[in-house]
Design a protein around this ligand. Structure first.
Ligand code: ADP
Length: 277
């Protein structure tokens, strides 16, 4: 009975150490352990090793992504520079068209690499989201300002009546999440239509809703649009790589919020970002 209690106490301590991450195999003398304690010891040792390996893999992935981004920066900047120089030469129409295509594809590649780096940094926790209390009006006005000229070129009106609600969010990243949603609304709407942005406060969340009268999304595609690199079947003529909504969702869920979408194909969509108060 006395021995049983001692064994139980040791098992209890092993488990506590395992839970707290303070477990050290060297704290226990294997020759003095019962069969059950010995099994516990093996189990906790192997789970500690596997946690260490996961951490090492994560570190390696971070380094790899940072190397890719660093090493591709200069060649890509050079390709863009040479393409610009090429376009300044007296080229015939066909060559000029080819040079423009090289420029477009290089810009797309640059955007893709930057998006992958952001995604990976958010996933591996290299970029910390730091939510602070802010008026949502700040990011809404800033994003509308950034998109205004693109909307103007399609004669699209962005309607917004300023509302002042305070929520807890990381200003830089949440702005990026909202930018992706309003940018899509402009991209997937026909000319001379309107987009409405509205803010509303609920008990737990502040909601920013973006409604458009654009292409809409087929019901069977709705579950896929937040997936990485997913692009709608009917949007191939528009530029894009299918990462915007994925990033937006990562950013908002990373702060304890969520995004919803309602859409009717051919009529329009409503994206709602719920940010914790
Ligand atoms: P991208 O716009 O680069 O394709 P996103 O991740 O931003 O990538 O969007 C994924 C897909 O969701 C788009 O390809 C498109 O099919 C659909 N989508 C997103 N926003 C809208 C919108 N406002 N109207 C219609 N379709 C949209």
């Amino acid at each position: 009975m006395f021995t049983d209690r001692r064994v139980l106490k040791r098992l209890d301590k092993m488990l506590d150490d395992g839970i707290n991450g303070t477990f050290e195999e060297s704290d226990y003398d294997e020759t003095r352990l019962s069969k059950l304690e010995f099994k516990w010891l093996r189990y906790l040792t192997s789970s500690k090793l596997s946690a260490q390996k996961t951490e090492q893999d994560r570190e390696r992935l971070k380094e790899l992504v940072s190397d890719i981004s660093h090493q591709t920066k200069t060649p890509l900047a050079n390709i863009l520079l040479y393409t610009q120089l090429l376009q300044e030469q007296s080229l015939d129409e066909q060559c000029l068209h080819l040079a423009e295509e090289i420029q477009k594809q290089s810009e797309k590649l640059e955007f893709l690499i930057q998006s992958l780096v952001k995604t990976s940094r958010l996933e591996t926790g290299t970029f910390q989201l730091s939510p602070k209390e802010n008026d949502v009006n700040d990011i809404i006005e800033s994003v509308i300002g950034q998109i205004a000229s693109r909307a103007d070129s399609k004669h699209i009106q962005i309607l917004y009546a300023p509302e002042h609600y305070v929520a807890k969010y990381d200003s830089k990243w949440t702005q990026e999440a909202l930018f992706n949603i309003i940018d899509n609304a402009v991209k997937y709407s026909p000319e001379r239509t309107a987009i409405t942005v509205m803010a509303k406060s609920f008990e737990m969340f502040v909601c920013i809703a973006v409604s458009d009268n654009g292409a809409g999304i087929a019901e069977n595609e709705l579950p896929s649009i937040f997936g990485r690199f997913y692009r709608g079947k009917n949007v191939r003529e528009y530029s894009g790589v299918g990462i915007g909504l994925y990033l937006s969702r990562q950013i908002i869920e990373g702060q304890g919020g969520y995004i919803t979408v309602e859409s009717t194909e051919g009529k329009g969509s409503v994206f709602k970002m719920f940010i914790p108060r």
